[in-house]
Ligand binder design. Structure first.
Ligand SMILES: [Zn+2]
Length: 383
């Protein structure tokens, strides 16, 4: 399956290029994004479900593009027109749009005493205020620490709060913004644009369900056991790749039994609270995942220059045995969230009548990062 191999290489390349000091990798691996988007399309009921099924391949294909916006900005000019990042700048600016660190120091310090779960729902301006208060309190010490951890940063105290906020992540607000974009496109009858915003929204909503995208310890890099580092890609990528058929059939099963009505509220404030709550719940999984990985890797010795030897087929078998149900459950929740958000966008647009059949969209291509070129997407290979 050349298409699939290309996509695996893509993620591997990102992982290698990103290196040890790099920001989080692109959330769910390519397979997972495509699997969850497929299930979300297949599950979706009503007129929007009919419209999306008629444009299924487009939605599946471009659910992985947002990782290209940060992972390979130099390839983007080669893409067909109409696939530009609605948020603006790509490259490093895009990275923070895929995660949200619940345990970033400013949030932890700002949390009211006895508040059990998660960062309080807030908008970007309020979040910036949280980071400003932190910088006011810690001053030069905060600046030095941030500068040491982020060599790209050359600003002073005035620039620090915004830089720290960007690094901690902007995922909940990006979901909000792409939802607005999708609703606007539907309201204006821009069907191709609406489909593109829908698949982009599915990407970010999916990212919100990856535990290692909700913590500063996003790659297990702060764990005492050095072998844990790289956990990010093992949980969201490799473990799913190795069990793809089982994951696919699990999601297909869920599509049949899941309730038709989405659990998310449509009211903007309530929706924001629900998204923050989801991210907080996702974060709750991280300790367990790290603990299990530590147990699995305890007896392993880092090889000389080849730590990958620790991650044997036997390791992955046990990894999936212990963590697979959590992975599948997060994928199932992601499917429900995506369907909920898509439905809300259509409702906010005034439930417009949708065109029958497929509409004209940009050609279906994927970035082959490994060979530095754009290749056609082959839908017959599936995710
Ligand atoms: Zn992502």
């Amino acid at each position: 399956m050349p298409g699939t191999r290309v996509l695996s290489l893509l993620l591997l390349t990102i992982a290698l290029v990103a290196g040890p000091a790099a920001p989080p990798l692109g959330a769910w691996g390519a397979s997972a994004h495509m699997l969850l988007t497929t299930a979300a399309v297949d599950h979706l009921q009503g007129p929007l479900g009919t419209f999306f099924k008629a444009n299924r391949n487009f939605l599946i294909c471009y659910s992985i593009l947002p990782d290209g916006w940060w992972g390979s900005p130099e390839m983007l000019p080669q893409l067909p027109k109409g696939l530009e990042n609605p948020a603006g700048p790509n490259g490093p600016k895009e990275i923070g749009r895929h995660h949200f660190a619940e345990d970033a120091d400013p949030y932890v310090e700002a949390k009211p005493p006895r508040q059990e779960l998660g960062v309080s729902p807030m908008d970007r301006a309020a979040a910036l205020q949280v980071f400003k208060l932190y910088v006011d309190k810690h001053g030069q010490e905060a600046l030095t620490r941030f500068g040491n951890e982020n060599h790209w940063f050359h600003g002073g105290l005035a620039e620090l709060p915004a830089a720290m906020l960007e690094k901690a992540g902007e995922l909940p607000w990006v979901i909000d913004e792409r939802l607005d974009d999708m609703a606007r496109a539907l309201r204006e009858g821009q069907w191709s644009r609406a489909l593109f915003m829908a698949t982009v929204l599915a990407h970010y909503a999916g990212d919100a369900h990856v535990p290692l995208h909700t913590t500063v310890n996003f790659n297990g890099q702060f764990c005492p056991n050095p072998l844990i580092k790289g956990l990010h890609q093992r949980w969201e990528g490799r473990a799913i790749e190795l069990n793809k058929a089982e994951v696919r059939s699990f999601l297909a099963q869920q599509v049949r039994v899941a309730p038709a009505s989405p659990a998310l509220p449509s009211d903007p404030a309530a929706l924001r609270a629900a998204l923050f709550q989801q991210i907080a719940e996702t974060y709750q999984m991280t300790d367990d995942i790290i603990r299990v990985d530590d147990e699995l890797l305890k007896d392993r010795q880092p090889g000389r220059g080849d730590d990958q030897a620790a991650y044997s087929p036997e390791y992955y078998r046990k990894f999936y045995e212990r963590l697979g149900s959590g992975i599948k459950d997060q994928l199932r929740k992601a499917v429900e969230t995506v369907d909920g958000l898509w439905t809300i966008a259509w409702e906010r647009a005034g439930r417009p009548q949708l065109p029958p059949g497929s509409v004209e969209t940009p050609p279906l291509v994927v970035i082959d990062y490994h060979n530095g070129r754009i290749v056609p997407f082959d839908p017959t290979h599936g995710p």
